[in-house]
Design a protein around this ligand. Structure first.
Ligand code: UTP
Length: 479
């Protein structure tokens, strides 16, 4: 059929690899559809797909670092939990110095599909704050503008998108006037994608003319930073330190001087923040030590009995929960992206929309195939002096994952309100709160007013008279 045509070698290579099904409907496609399908097929590394099928689907599947010899990972504790306050102060000073020197860029991974939230649009455009209903991207933009003002120079912000949401994300920023950011310092990079396969290893079609491709996981960010030229741009701009966070966490300290300082003073190539896990059933990855290296093990890979083990003092033994906040050294990312210590793919069984033998759509009711993803935390065991720092959940972590229930827009709204109520009370304001610290009034504090408790107290003192705490109060964008 395709012999002699320019695409014949590609089609034949797929057939030889047992993936001829990808072109089952080629004859039915118009010219544009063919071009698209051939371009998608051209992206696929057939040897990699075969290897992943062999090792992760057909084989027993090596997942994560394995559990043999697994120990809890030690972390630098917060001063309130026994950490050395002077060392924390030194770290903060070092982090602020790095920010002043322009060595730090922010990096947001926003290429996920957000299926659990079920929001129609890139997750970063989801309205997340209680009063102004600001989208996640604007919350981060304001945090970065504020950090740039304190540092005396604006930061570069790199945002990883996917094929699905790249254009919508860029359009959103343009429509919002780049949230007041310097447009030349906002950089979008598109992550790679991987084909889904059925349980027999055959690449699935999403429609007769398109392959079921999905983003290659947040771990794809390392190679995306390299391939897109972002690392070279950083080098040209004097940036050597990358502050990594996820698009779904409005509480995150997007660039935290203390964390940056610990990372830099420790000579670390990759550092991570952890929160103390108190509920053994909480679904967060666990920081562990294995073969002398820091690593993250997915909660689903750790037996429930192990997760429930306790120290004599009652604390969970494996309690260092991963909140996906990291600092990465630029050249470490380049080395990993270049193949040194290649990250392993993970397998996720999913319901994947596909077509039947006649090309008609199939919406499976149970998993019918496998997606392959890279996870950024798998870089940790390769990092020199990998460092783990404790943070307070209330100040750094409240993700929007699900439409309702835990880790939902409601819990993220409440956690933002609790944080601002705490800041107000610490500054001496009278705020009525319930037993969980939730204020009776819906209030909002712009990151441009203050982005931590200390800065808040200073900014609050300048308001005279201070405003009454009432529903809808927004502490201003410009104090
Ligand atoms: P999640 O693991 O929560 O996945 O991503 P998700 O795709 O956003 O949501 P679900 O599972 O479909 O509901 C954690 C972070 O990693 C980013 C996400 O955008 C989010 O910031 N991510 C995830 C990527 O950037 N690319 C990916 O391929 C996967």
């Amino acid at each position: 059929m395709s012999r002699g045509l320019p695409h014949a070698p590609l089609v034949e290579r797929f057939a030889a690899a047992g993936q001829g099904g990808v072109f089952a409907f080629l004859d039915r496609l118009d010219a544009a559809q063919r071009t698209e399908l051939l371009a998608q097929a051209g992206e696929i590394d057939l040897a990699e797909v075969a290897r992943l099928h062999r090792t992760l689907v057909a084989g027993a599947g090596t997942r994560g670092p394995g559990l043999v010899g697994l120990e809890p990972a030690p972390a630098v504790p917060l001063p309130v939990n026994g950490g050395d306050a002077a060392a924390w102060a030194r770290a903060e000073a070092a982090g602020r110095e790095a920010l002043r020197a322009g060595r730090v860029a922010a990096f947001t991974v926003a290429g996920g599909q957000g299926t659990r939230l079920g929001f129609d649009g890139p997750k970063g455009t989801f309205p997340v704050t209680p009063v102004r209903r600001l989208p996640l991207f604007q919350v981060f933009a304001e945090k970065l503008i504020a950090a740039g003002r304190v540092a005396g120079r604006p930061l570069h912000w790199f945002i990883m998108t996917s094929h699905q949401n790249h254009a919508a994300t860029e359009d959103f920023f343009a429509a919002q006037g780049w949230f007041g950011l310097d447009r030349g310092r906002v950089h979008f990079l598109r992550q790679g994608r991987m084909p889904a396969v059925d349980f027999a290893g055959r690449i699935l079609l999403e429609t007769p003319g398109t392959i079921a491709l999905s983003p290659d996981g947040h771990g794809g960010s390392l190679r995306a930073l390299d391939r897109s030229g972002a690392l070279d741009l950083m080098r040209a701009e004097g940036v050597d330190t990358i502050s990594y966070f996820q698009v779904d966490n409005p509480l995150v300290r997007a660039v935290d001087p203390v964390f940056l300082g610990w990372h830099l003073l420790g000579g670390s190539e990759m550092s991570s923040k952890m929160v103390v896990k108190t509920d053994p059933a909480e679904k967060v990855g666990l920081f562990c030590r294995t073969a002398g290296r820091l690593a993250v093990v997915e909660y689903s890979d750790v037996p429930a009995e192990t997760q429930a083990e306790r120290e004599p003092d009652g604390r969970l033994r494996f309690r260092a929960g991963n909140i996906a906040v990291h600092v990465l050294d630029r050249e470490f990312v380049r080395r990993l992206a270049g193949g040194e210590g290649a990250l392993p793919f993970h397998r996720a069984d999913k319901k994947i929309s596909t077509v039947d033998a006649a090309g008609l759509p199939v919406q499976p009711s149970k998993p019918n195939g496998v997606k392959f993803e890279l996870f950024v935390f798998d870089a940790l065991p390769f990092a020199r002096n990998a460092l783990l720092l404790e943070t307070s959940r209330a100040d750094d972590f409240s993700p929007v994952k699900n439409a309702t229930g835990a880790d939902s827009p409601q819990t993220a709204c409440d956690d933002q309100l609790r944080q601002w109520a705490r800041w107000l009370r610490a500054a001496g304001a009278t705020v009525e709160v319930d037993a969980t610290g939730l204020p009776a009034s819906a209030i909002e504090v712009s990151p441009l007013f203050a982005d931590d408790e200390r800065a808040f107290a200073a900014a609050w003192r300048k308001l005279s008279p201070p405003p009454a705490i009432r529903d809808g109060l927004v502490l201003p964008a410009s104090p």
